[in-house]
Write a protein that binds this ligand. Structure first.
Ligand code: GDP
Length: 305
């Protein structure tokens, strides 16, 4: 069994590739969860569910393919500042999940319900059943990650990032068991600060991973000094993490014994090895399904050595 620490749009590609090759437990980020219109929305968890369920809109990288946005249009007409795109089909997830949670089921149980309904064989495990929210401090004030990313299109200047509620958030027993019992553990190419960071910050997770360090491999979300997509570089710079594959390796060096970087970054490998982190170089861009499986196979081969 392979355990995969995942975020959303970048991670889901590798998750899909690996899940085709091996029994997988996907530990999904809950730090970008948000309450909207009375609904509990879990963007990264849902990206993994839709991705493995074959429903993901791959053009956008989020939401359900072929979805419509009548609810959103009507909400806007109704004078509501409906800035977060909730599709009509997608709404089923949020409405039903919120109802199940209100009836006392955990996010882990609710996610398992949907995974089963959609015929997904891999286990999808929210990192925590507790609420923790990623807050971006900016020159326009503090705001939820989604508010910064979606509502403000990343425009305000980032001054800091924190995870509210993180002190009382607990990893689930399913997550800790998966880390303990996995043959190998992959940190998917996700945003280190907003997708992987929140999971690592949950009490118990870092310690559990550190115990498995030699079996943990992280895939860089950066090629050169650029993220393949999204604002990773902005967040990393603010937290004093060097925006480079070496910076990623250093950030994960307590928990990951090896990293996979792009072949074009091979010049940085010696520096990464000096951090005590093993390095593998390959093509880490996933544009097609066969790229996803190719990278998945590469990881399984390297981590078996
Ligand atoms: P989010 O929650 O939607 O931001 O998604 P993730 O955090 O899972 O993914 C975003 C990160 O994945 C970004 O930092 C991208 O640079 C990275 N990424 C996206 N596509 C790829 C890819 O094909 N290969 C690699 N190595 N990284 C990718």
């Amino acid at each position: 069994m392979i355990a995969i620490i995942a975020g959303g749009t970048g991670s889901v590609k590798l998750v899909r590739g690996l899940a085709r090759l091996q029994d997988a437990a996907v530990i999904a980020n809950v730090g970008d969860n948000i309450w909207l219109h009375g609904l509990y929305v879990c963007p990264d968890v849902d990206t993994v569910v839709y991705g493995l369920g074959g429903m993901l809109d791959e053009e956008r990288g989020w939401g359900v393919k072929g979805d419509t946005f009548s609810f959103l249009d009507q909400a806007k007409k109704s004078g509501v500042d409906a800035w977060f795109a909730l599709g009509d089909r997608d709404l089923a997830m949020h409405v039903l999940r919120t109802q199940m949670l209100a009836r006392g089921r955990t996010l882990t149980q609710v996610t398992a319900h949907f995974a089963k309904a959609y015929g997904i064989r891999s286990r999808i495990l929210p990192a925590s059943d507790d609420e923790t929210f990623t807050i971006i401090s900016t020159d326009a004030g503090d705001m939820h990650l989604q508010e910064f990313w979606v509502k403000n299109a990343c425009r305000p200047k980032v001054k800091g990032v924190r995870y509210s509620g993180i002190k009382s958030a607990r990893a689930t027993s399913q997550v800790l068991d998966a880390i303990k019992s996995a043959d190998r553990i992959v940190i998917a190419p996700g945003n280190p600060v907003s997708s992987i960071g929140p999971t690592l910050a949950i009490k118990g997770v870092k310690k559990a991973l550190a115990r498995r360090r030699k079996d943990v491999v992280a895939v860089s979300p950066l090629i050169g000094r650029q993220a393949v997509s999204g604002p990773a570089v902005k967040y990393m710079a603010t937290l004093g993490i060097e925006a480079s594959p070496a910076g990623v390796a250093e950030f994960y060096s307590d928990v990951a014994g090896s990293v996979v970087i792009d072949s074009r970054d091979a010049g940085t490998s010696a520096r990464i090895r000096r951090l005590g982190v093993e390095v593998h170089e390959t093509n880490i861009t996933m544009r097609t399904r066969s790229d996803e499986v190719r990278l998945g196979r590469y990881l399984l081969r390297k981590s078996a050595n």
